[in-house]
Design a protein around this ligand. Structure first.
Ligand SMILES: Cc1cc2nc3c(=O)[nH]c(=O)nc-3n(C[C@H](O)[C@H](O)[C@H](O)COP(=O)(O)O)c2cc1C
Length: 160
């Protein structure tokens, strides 16, 4: 089973998780980035990103290489922004509607609120009822915990 992990990460938690999953599942990693980076410091970070997520914006992405035909399974990783998935992921899904035909799983990093809502919104946006597996972690790069490793293992095992 050939797997692609597509993720966006502003401050490294989602990247950290994507790399752990990729190692366990021997998956390709595709990091996406908006052309215009969101502010990543101070109050602006929450205001700009939060507004963009609430408005359902689809920021233009930097060029990325992703050939849907190559993969049987897609795993999408995103931070939670204002109880939603991050806008660059919205653009990716919009540009790759065929992912709904594949096996699909998702993981999200957040600080403690709104991940369940964000999961529901992402399923709806992709046009599916459920993910093959879901993983939600609280800022895993900042708080390294053995329970996070157990959750990552369980997520990967569900996909083996
Ligand atoms: C614009 C913005 C909005 C956020 N909104 C939420 C939120 O609604 N709920 C939450 O628990 N954390 C929220 N966070 C915190 C991030 O989801 C969390 O720190 C996550 O681990 C960051 O992932 P990253 O390091 O991959 O960017 C927000 C962060 C940003 C920048």
């Amino acid at each position: 089973m050939k797997t692609a992990i597509i993720y966006y990460s502003m401050s490294g938690n989602t990247k950290y998780t994507a790399e752990k999953i990729a190692e366990k599942l021997d998956a390709d990693i595709i990091r996406i980035e908006p052309v215009k980076a969101y502010p990543s410091q101070g109050a602006k970070k929450f205001i700009w990103g939060g507004k963009s997520a609430v408005m359902g914006e689809k920021p233009k992405l930097q060029p990325y290489e992703f050939d849907l035909e190559k993969y049987d399974r897609i795993i999408i990783g995103t931070p939670v922004w204002a109880s939603n998935f991050a806008p660059p992921i919205r653009t990716f899904i919009h540009e790759n509607k065929g992912i709904s035909e594949k096996k699909i799983a998702a993981f999200m990093c957040f600080s403690g609120g709104g991940a369940d809502k964000a999961m529901e919104k992402m399923k709806k946006y992709i046009g599916i009822d459920k993910f093959d597996a879901e993983l939600i972690l609280i800022d895993p790069k900042e708080h390294e915990k053995s329970e996070n490793d157990i959750k990552v293992d369980a997520f990967c095992s569900a996909l083996l």
